[in-house]
Design a protein around this ligand. Structure first.
Ligand code: ATP
Ligand code: MG
Length: 321
């Protein structure tokens, strides 16, 4: 059983990334093999600043390790350290109907949110399929926003195997947990690095807690009951709080007499406390400058070995010499 997941170095990691992908990935590394990577080719669909990309890659590496990725158990590498993935993406593109990419929500959402599309952003799902298939991955923990891309991957597996024979590539399953599948951002949209509406996992206490105060609420007066359904504060609080604290918070919404400022304060505390052990681990990693480079280097070697085995099989099946 092999698990794979990737994170884009498109900004600072946030709690949506944590609950949607990283936390499940850390748990699944205990069962079977794991391949986790930093998707720098993908980040290039929206960032052309070389220094920023390099810094972001490093930042993601440090933060994922701090959140519990164990490089003894998981192969941890940078996507571009295995350029073979582009060849597999090309092969998949040749069996990928345009209509499959045209209906992808993520592409349409990014355009609707003012991001200028390029060919790479459009073709992203084919490269993502290659990311997964290059390692014969069985399970892919992701947030709900990636569900459709996983379906594209599965469609491409069926097409490639129908065209060139069963077993050319392996069919993966998404792992999407209902309660953390879509973490809402401060403005009520999906929390996304590119929407600047995130609660980062790491940062200084004051600015992070201040972000919580920015959560958009309605203007119900203090003494009146507050809406539970659709509340961003409650949805986020549930990620961090114990069941009993969460039940108290719901009851306090329903009874009235508490203001949104009070609820936000409770959320800010719970959020800050939750990541305390990860912050400690992060400080240790940052104190050892050679550690991250060594992890990524050894991960790249292991990933590349596996990639060349799988790509060799695919090349042979499709008739490349
Ligand atoms: P970008 O805005 O650049 O697309 P992102 O914030 O969406 O960045 P990605 O690197 O695209 O983050 O996604 C990494 C992983 O985190 C994916 O598995 C994705 O499904 C998951 N993820 C991202 N945002 C959320 C969210 N709000 N809730 C749950 N999971 C999420
Ligand atoms: Mg995304």
């Amino acid at each position: 059983m092999r698990t794979l997941t990737g994170l884009q170095p498109s900004g600072v990691l946030h709690i949506g990334n944590y609950f949607g992908a990283m936390e499940p990935a850390v748990r699944l590394q205990e069962e079977g093999e794991a391949f986790y990577f930093i998707a720098d080719y993908h980040a290039m669909t929206s960032n052309h600043n070389a220094d920023e990309l390099r810094n972001n890659v490093r930042g993601i590496a440090v933060d994922f390790l701090a959140c519990g990725l164990d490089p003894e158990r998981a192969v941890f590498f940078c996507q571009s350290a295995v350029p073979e993935v582009n060849e597999l993406a090309w092969i998949l593109s040749t069996v990928c109907p345009m209509s499959l990419l045209e209906k992808c929500h993520s592409y349409k959402d990014k355009i609707a949110n003012g991001i200028t599309p390029n060919h790479a952003l459009f073709a992203y799902p084919a490269l993502m399929a290659a990311d997964i298939l290059l390692y014969d991955s069985n399970r892919v923990p992701v947030g709900k926003d990636q569900k459709q891309h996983l379906e594209v991957t599965r469609d491409l597996v069926v097409k490639l195997n129908e065209t060139y024979g069963e077993g050319t590539v392996v069919l993966p399953e998404p792992i999407i947990r209902e309660n953390t599948a879509l973490v809402i951002g401060l403005d009520g949209r999906k929390m996304s690095k590119s929407y600047h509406n995130t609660l980062p996992i790491f940062g200084d206490e004051k600015p992070l807690k201040k972000l919580v105060m920015k959560i958009v609420t309605d203007s119900t007066p203090v003494e009146e009951p507050k809406q539970v359904e659709g509340s961003t504060i409650l949805a986020l609080y549930q990620l961090f709080a114990s069941e009993s604290d969460y039940a108290t918070m719901v009851a306090d919404h329903q009874s009235g007499g508490f203001g949104y400022g009070d609820f936000k304060k409770r959320l800010a505390e719970a959020y800050w406390d939750y990541f305390a052990p990860m912050r400690e681990r992060r400080a240790e990693i940052l104190a050892d400058p050679g550690y991250v480079d060594a992890v990524l280097k050894s991960g790249a070697e292991r990933a590349r070995e596996e990639a060349s085995r799988v790509l060799g099989r695919v090349r042979k099946a499709v008739g490349l010499v």
